[in-house]
Design a protein around this ligand. Structure first.
Ligand code: TXA
Ligand code: MG
Length: 325
């Protein structure tokens, strides 16, 4: 008999099958526009516990609940600030997560015992269809092992979680490629906890100035805030490369260096398109990991709009190797 550890995970587009597994307390990896999630019935504490186990995620790191429509927000959140519906109207479905005071309905395991819950309505059609046929919302972190790079394709999920997730629902490549922006209210002041697919500029256009509290501390509000996170295996260093010794690679935004071997340089977007760069980022970090390079020197992208979220990931991915970045 096969144990859970050795069972192989299948990938497919069968929404009914995904729904049946979820109704039975199983785990399904779901496509979203940001990254792939590792989903379970958010209202079933035992199913949610399986997420933490599969990801080897510490239980002090709370999960995002994914909902099918904006009205169901009042089932899970209360004391909703007046600016929240403005953001929902503008950015839902889409890559924005709102942190709000939770209702009794939300199990403590989902929020790691916090009195707040993170909620988001994803924009991917397949996952929307799935949410619509379920009578519960889905708790889902990114479908990677804790601290590793988030998956933007079904095969990335398989690489790290095969045998630990019951089914991967194939929705193709994630179109945004970075996780959702997380925003909460601290003493009524809108505060960004994680930079992501919706930019600060976009948010401020709708609700005015927001605070930013995305930097790491020993006790982060969002563990996506830990300094070393999104870590690939390869050693990443922010800055210009030294002499082009063997085993040294370069990852840049849109222009290759002229005095460095061309075949050891990679570009996030040859066109200089920041959306394309975001979409390629995690995929490229994974590919670089496979090349057995000794070190990869990375260039930050322009620090504005989505570029801020990209640089945030690059800084965290290189945190152990780069000083003062
Ligand atoms: O784009 C995304 O947000 C993806 C897709 C799958 O939806 N999900 C994702 O989940 O990135 P995860 O678990 O990898 O990151 C969620 C972050 C964590 O850093 C967690 O600490 C934070 O959300 N979080 C969850 N609940 C929170 C809460 N009540 N207060 C503050 N932060 C919270
Ligand atoms: Mg994650």
């Amino acid at each position: 008999m096969l144990s859970t550890e050795t069972r192989l995970t299948t990938v497919g587009k069968d929404i009914e099958k995904a729904a049946a597994i979820l109704r039975n307390g199983g785990l399904v990896s779901i496509p979203t526009e940001t990254v792939y999630g590792l989903a379970a019935n958010a209202l079933d504490p035992e199913a949610v516990a399986r997420i933490f186990e599969a990801k080897r995620r510490p239980t002090f790191d709370p999960l995002i609940i994914h909902i099918a429509d904006t009205f169901s927000i009042t089932d899970y959140a209360r004391d909703i600030p007046l600016t929240a519906p403005l953001l929902m109207k503008e950015f839902w479905p889409g890559p924005l997560t709102l942190v709000l005071p939770k209702t009794e309905k939300v199990p403590d395991i989902v929020t790691s015992g916090l009195s707040t819950v993170a909620l988001r309505m994803p924009a991917h059609k397949i996952t929307q269809d799935l949410l619509k046929i379920l009578n519960f919302p889905l708790a889902a972190p990114s479908a990677n092992l804790f601290g590793k790079v988030s998956p933007t394709r079904p095969e990335h999920v398989i690489e790290q979680l095969s045998g630990k997730v019951d089914y991967v629902l194939d929705g193709g490549d994630s179109s945004v490629g970075l996780e959702s922006t997380i925003l909460g209210w601290k003493e009524e002041i809108p505060t960004i906890y994680r930079l992501g697919g919706i930019t600060i500029e976009q948010i401020e256009e709708v609700i005015g100035p927001v605070e930013k509290q995305t930097h790491s501390s020993s006790n982060p509000v969002a563990p996506g805030m830990l300094t070393s996170h999104y870590a690939p295996g390869v050693r990443l260093i922010i800055g210009d490369p030294p002499d082009p010794l063997p085993g040294i690679g370069v990852l840049r935004f849109c222009e290759k260096l002229i005095d460095f071997p061309e075949d050891r340089q990679w570009l996030l977007s040859g066109e200089g398109d920041i959306n394309e760069a975001a979409k390629n980022l995690f995929f490229m970090l994974r590919e670089l990991d496979k090349l057995n390079l000794k070190e990869v020197y990375i260039e930050l992208v322009p620090e504005e709009g989505l570029g801020m979220a990209i640089n945030d990931r690059l800084r965290r991915a290189s945190a152990e190797n780069t000083q003062n970045n």
